[in-house]
Design a protein around this ligand. Sequence first.
Ligand code: ADP
Length: 279
Amino acid sequence: MSDTGRKSQEHPDHSGHAHSRAHACQPLGDVVIAVEGGRFGYGGHSSASVARLEIRSGEVIALLGANGSGKTTLMKGFLGLVDRIEGKVELFGEPVERLQDRSAIGYLPQRQSAAGPIPVTVNELVRSGRLTRRNPLGLGRDDGAVQAAIAVVGLTASARKRVSTLSGGQQRRALLARALVGGSQLLLLDEPFAGVDQANQEAIADALDGLLHNGLTLVVVLHELGPLEPLITRVIVMDHGTIRFDGPIEQAPPELLHMGHDHDPHGGPEPTQGIGLVG
Ligand code: ADP
């Protein structure tokens, strides 16, 4: 896939932006996600289509839009988790269907129960995020990272509890800690703040800010920009299954940044608890 016409060249220097969290824009690197002529959906019916999209390392992208506009479908399309009706997707320069090593990718699905059939503690669940190909047995240098990730989502006091005994919101935070702990180069988070209180949202935003300085690429489905706003370099706004806006956050029409609120046909955020595993 060629590099011509890439979106990232249009990104301005954000240094003049009035941010509470002083985030230095990372230099943009290689193409991490590339989609060409992609149509994604279910049972042959397209729910999200993209003519062309490139996401480069160091970008922090908010995927916005009303409920049902195709955000989750597009994110799953990046990962090869929904039907690809047409087009090409490359992750790290490899066709997604041929990508062998997914250890560089962390994914927090929108709806996922953390309480599986095997009883595990929060510690164990989060530690499982370290069991990558690079560190298959999770040996050594892990405990600090596991404890730090648990602290970031505000679950230190519950670290030894069984996940099945936690509330839905706490389970979601445990899953987020597991996504954060893997040392991923690409993090895809689908509504990471659902069920997370304001203080923990701020803590998670701070943690993500710290990770960004290590070259992380972040794509986040958000209902509202919230505490991540200072980190976001680019927004992609979905509308009825197509991209309505894609560009630097400063150039996004304000009404589009709040579409999740103003045009929400269901009148609120989607439920996040007890719905079970998604593919
Ligand atoms: P968003 O994340 O913006 O809320 P989604 O990507 O979840 O939107 O949904 C986009 C469209 O795809 C909606 O019309 C929705 O009904 C449809 N859709 C989502 N998941 C499924 C599914 N598992 N099977 C069939 N249609 C689905």
